[in-house]
Design a protein around this ligand. Structure first.
Ligand SMILES: Cc1cc2nc3c(=O)[nH]c(=O)nc-3n(C[C@H](O)[C@H](O)[C@H](O)COP(=O)(O)OP(=O)(O)OC[C@H]3O[C@@H](n4cnc5c(N)ncnc54)[C@H](O)[C@@H]3O)c2cc1C
Length: 318
């Protein structure tokens, strides 16, 4: 067996370089641990296959920010009145709005309101920029001459004033923790997740080193009696898991895997939701394993967006 410490990486280069499709592919491949299949040509067929199979949560893993100019009445009629659940919108001046969401949220909007001219205009713009994400969605209306839609560049998004930035800017983190922590993380509903699937990953295979990987528990000192008991339990569990794999599928064998199992999870959320997550999960009331990773991540988030996360750093008791 392997024992490792928790860790994380902020994956923001994709956003900053406008690599929307590559970001989605990278996140999707964490489920199957097939990152080795990524090439310069692989994103489009990967995403097409994902959409065909209906695994649309994968295409939540990127954020598109638009500036929409339209008569206010049209905006209310075609957009606000339908209360889109997973899009963010801000009115910035008379007839001008910032609208953001992930590709899935815009696909759902286009499916739900196929004749609304504002939605048709948004879909046409997004389909022009990212055909594979919208090619299978049919809209039946006209885009409307009085509507203008512009995709903001990453630099424009980062220049938004603070309240808009917090609401419309997303950050993607690749986090390596135990299964109990991922279970707690996914309770935060205003975010998107993809995690390593124990149904598909066969940890007996060579690419996993033929072993199960566990996260070192923060509760027990190495060498202590408690740590030795934990270690023994993991060794025995691993042996049973590998034995089960000889006759059973990974999804059957995984039923014996414990909370300490290493799990990779991609978390994609707005800065607003990240603030909420840190507020709850870096606090002393949080599960110590969760707090451990949150306290590792918080300084990195604060380094990237000081005005957003400084108040959280100040409020977290060390
Ligand atoms: C110290 C601690 C102990 C916990 N113990 C338990 C426990 O014993 N058992 C347990 O089941 N969970 C427990 N949890 C998890 C907790 O109940 C929440 O599920 C988790 O923290 C997600 O946070 P959230 O609900 O505030 O908001 P998120 O899901 O992160 O959503 C962000 C915000 O969006 C809004 N929102 C999202 N969804 C809805 C909705 N459906 N309706 C209305 N508003 C919504 C709310 O304003 C919310 O604050 C614990 C969490 C902590 C921090």
């Amino acid at each position: 067996m392997r024992v490792i410490s928790p860790g994380f990486e902020v994956l923001d280069d994709y956003f900053q370089k406008g690599k929307v499709l590559e970001q989605i592919e990278r996140c999707g491949r964490v489920c199957y641990k097939s990152e080795d299949k990524i090439s310069t040509e692989s994103a489009v067929p990967f995403i097409r296959g994902i959409i065909r199979r209906g695994h649309e949560s994968v295409i939540e893993m990127a954020n598109l920010v638009l500036e929409v100019s339209a008569p206010e009445e049209r905006f209310y009629q075609d957009f606000f009145i339908h209360i889109p659940r997973f899009c963010q919108a801000s009115r910035i001046s008379d007839g001008k709005f910032i609208v953001s969401g992930n590709p899935r949220s815009f696909r759902d909007l286009a499916r739900r309101l196929p004749t609304a001219s504002l939605i048709c205009a948004i879909k046409a713009k997004l389909k022009g920029a990212y055909p594979v994400l919208f090619e299978d969605i049919e809209t039946k209306g006209e885009a409307g001459q009085d509507i203008e839609v512009r995709l903001l560049s990453p630099q424009e998004v980062d220049s938004l004033e603070l309240p808009l930035l917090v609401k419309h800017r997303c950050l993607l983190a690749h986090i390596i923790v135990n299964r109990a922590v991922t279970h707690e993380l996914v309770r935060h509903r205003v975010a998107s997740y993809l995690q390593e699937s124990q149904r598909y990953c066969r940890y007996g295979e060579e690419k996993f080193g033929g072993a199960v990987t566990f996260i070192k528990p923060c509760f027990f000192d190495e060498g202590s009696r408690e740590y030795e008991m934990w270690e023994r339990a993991m060794e025995e569990t691993e042996a049973i898991y590998l034995e089960l794999l000889k006759t059973s599928s990974p999804q059957a064998a995984r039923t014996v895997l414990p909370n300490s199992c290493k799990t990779e999870i991609m978390v994609h959320a707005t800065l607003e939701e990240w603030k909420h997550i840190f507020r709850l999960r870096a606090s002393k009331a949080a599960d110590p394993s969760m707090r451990e990773i949150m306290l590792m991540m918080l300084p990195e988030f604060a380094r990237r967006f000081p005005p957003v996360f400084k108040e959280i750093i100040d409020s977290v008791e060390q």
